[in-house]
Design a binder for this molecule. Structure first.
Ligand code: ACM
Length: 472
C-alpha cells in the first residue's frame, strides 16, 4: 500500500507555480535520507533537518543552494525520486522554501515529485501582537513567531504601549515599566510584565534568525495613560492621573503644548530606534479622540519626522493622513469611522500602505456570535470573510506594501487564547499577502486548510474548529 503523500499544491500560502510530476515520489524516511549542510545558510539547513527529524550529512539528497536570481524571497523547489533541490537568491528565500517543504512532508513518508516556483506578492507580510493590554513573555512571543513563519509571515509588529500598560524598558525612564509593567497592569489588571532591554534584543535576534523583522510601536499622542501615570509631568497640569485597566479608548493624550512631551518622545523613540535593527518605527497615532484636532496635527508635524533621524521609516495608523506625510512614511490602513473618507485620504496621502482593514484582518474580532473571547465592533469575521477580499480592491496594488493581521489583546488571557483567534485566520491573511491573486480561491484554501487541524492537534496547538471547514 502506498504510504500517505501530500499533493504538491497542498501548501498555504498557495505557491505561484506548481508543476507536479506524475508518479514521482521522494522517499523521506529511507535510512540514508539526509539534508546536506548549506554553507551559505547553515541555520536554514539545520532548521529543516531538525524539523523533519533527518540527519544533516554531507552528500545528503536534500540540498539547499543559493543562486544569483537576485530575488530576495523567491525560491524554486524541485523534487525527483532521487533528490530534493531547493534554490533561492538569499537565505530568506531558502527559509520560505523550507516552510513549503515542511508542509509537504507533514504526516507523509514521501514527498510528491515536481517543481514549485514561488515568490511573494507583497514584501510586507505581517502580524501584530498587542503586549500592552496583556503581556506575553519572551518565550510565548518566540513560540508565536515559530507559528507565524510557517505561513511565510516576515514582520511581527509589537504594540508595546497603551493606556493599560507599558511593556518595554526605556533607559532614563524607569517608571514606565516599573509602574506600567508592574502588578495590576493590562486589561482587568490581568496582564503584568515588561521586556527588559536584553529580552527585547534577544527577541529581535530570535526573529531575525527566522527572517522576521520586529516592528515596534509606541502609540502616541493618544493611548498613553500608562505613560501619564508613570510621569505626571506629561499631563497638562502636572497632576497624577489614575491607572486604568478597562477597555475604553480615546481618553488619554500627551500634552501637545508642553516641551516635556517632546523630551519624552525623543528619549523613547531614540531608545527604541537604537534597539531596533529593522527599518520601521511605528508611532501609532490612532483614536486620539481627546486630542484637539489642531493639536493632533501640530504633534504629528513635529513627531513624524523623528524616526528618520535614526534612519527609520515611520509607520502610523490611517489617522496620520490628517497631515502632509514625510516621503517615506507608511500608512497602516485600519479605518474605524468614516470608511470611505479614510480610503480617500489614504489614497491622497500618496504613501505606501499596510492593509489591515478591521472588518477583514483583525484577528481579535469574534468568528461568530458564540465565540467566547474577542470583540465585535468591526463585525464578526468567520474564516471565509478573513480570506475573501483583496487589498487591490481597496487601494491600487502599487501603493500596497503589504498586509498585516493585528491581534489586540483586551480579551486575551493566555497563549491558548492567542492561538484560538490566530488559527485558522492567520493562514488566510498570509495567503492574501504572499500568493498571486489569480492563484487563490476560497474552495481551494478551505480544502488545503482542512488538513492542518490534525497537525495542530498533534502539535498541541489550539485553533478554532470552524464549522466552515471540513476538518480531516
Ligand atoms: C486601532 O485598532 N486602534 C488601530
Amino acid at each position: 500500500m502506498r504510504s500517505p503523500t501530500n499533493h504538491l499544491g497542498d501548501v498555504i500560502p498557495v505557491p505561484s507555480s506548481v508543476r507536479p510530476a506524475s508518479a514521482v515520489f521522494f522517499p523521506l524516511h529511507l535510512s540514508g535520507t539526509a539534508v546536506s549542510p548549506a554553507p551559505a545558510a547553515p541555520g536554514v539547513a539545520e532548521h529543516l533537518a531538525s524539523t523533519l527529524d533527518l540527519p544533516l550529512r554531507a552528500g545528503g539528497a536534500i540540498r539547499l543552494e543559493l543562486d544569483d536570481s537576485g530575488e530576495p524571497e523567491a525560491y524554486r523547489l524541485e523534487i525527483t525520486a532521487a533528490s530534493v533541490t531547493l534554490r533561492a537568491g538569499s537565505a530568506a528565500g531558502l527559509f520560505w522554501g523550507v516552510q513549503t517543504l515542511v508542509q509537504l512532508a507533514a504526516g507523509a513518508d514521501e514527498l510528491p515529485g515536481g517543481v514549485i516556483e514561488d515568490r511573494p506578492r507583497f514584501a510586507y507580510r505581517g502580524a501584530m501582537l498587542d503586549l500592552a493590554r496583556h503581556f506575553f513573555t519572551p518565550d510565548e512571543v518566540k513560540a508565536h513567531i515559530d507559528l507565524l513563519v510557517q505561513f511565510k509571515i516576515n514582520h511581527l509588529h509589537l504594540h508595546l504601549t497603551d493606556d493599560q500598560g507599558w511593556r518595554l524598558e526605556i533607559p532614563g525612564r524607569p517608571r514606565l515599566t516599573e509602574i506600567g509593567g508592574g502588578p495590576g497592569t493590562g486589561c482587568d489588571g490581568a496582564g503584568p510584565g515588561f521586556l527588559t532591554l536584553a529580552e527585547y534584543a534577544d527577541l529581535v535576534a530570535y526573529a531575525a534568525d527566522r527572517f522576521v523583522t520586529i516592528v515596534p510601536e509606541i502609540d502616541m499622542p493618544g493611548h498613553v495613560n500608562a505613560a501619564l501615570v508613570a510621569y505626571p509631568e506629561l499631563t497638562p497640569d502636572g497632576q497624577p492621573v489614575a491607572p486604568r485597566t478597562d477597555g475604553e479608548v480615546g481618553y488619554s493624550s500627551l500634552t501637545v503644548g508642553k516641551e516635556e512631551t517632546y523630551a519624552f518622545v525623543e528619549t523613547v523613540l531614540g531608545a527604541v530606534a537604537e534597539l531596533t535593527p529593522g527599518p520601521y518605527l511605528h508611532i501609532g497615532g490612532d483614536e486620539c479622540l481627546s486630542t484637539d484636532p489642531a493639536d493632533y496635527r501640530a504633534f504629528l508635524d513635529r513627531v513624524l519626522p523623528l524616526p528618520a533621524k535614526y534612519g527609520k521609516r515611520v509607520i502610523g495608523w490611517n489617522e496620520i493622513t490628517a497631515v502632509d506625510l514625510p516621503e517615506t512614511a507608511i500608512v497602516q490602513y485600519w479605518r474605524r469611522r468614516d470608511e470611505g473618507d479614510h480610503v480617500a485620504r489614504t489614497l491622497a496621502a500618496g504613501r505606501q500602505v499596510i492593509m489591515s482593514p478591521a472588518d477583514r484582518a483583525y484577528l481579535d474580532m469574534k468568528y461568530d456570535a458564540s465565540t467566547p473571547i474577542g470583540l465585535d465592533w468591526a463585525g464578526l469575521i468567520p474564516v471565509e470573510r478573513s480570506y475573501d477580499w483583496d487589498p487591490a480592491d481597496v487601494l491600487p496594488e502599487e501603493s500596497v506594501l503589504g498586509v498585516e493581521a493585528p491581534l489586540w489583546s483586551e480579551t486575551l488571557r493566555s497563549v491558548a487564547d492567542v492561538q484560538y483567534l490566530t488559527l485558522p485566520r492567520l493562514p488566510a491573511l498570509a495567503e492574501i499577502a504572499w500568493s498571486p491573486r489569480g492563484a487563490r480561491d476560497w474552495p481551494s484554501f478551505r480544502d488545503r486548510l482542512a488538513a492542518l487541524g490534525s497537525r495542530w492537534d498533534a502539535a498541541g496547538i489550539g485553533y478554532h474548529r470552524s464549522p466552515e471547514i471540513d476538518w480531516r
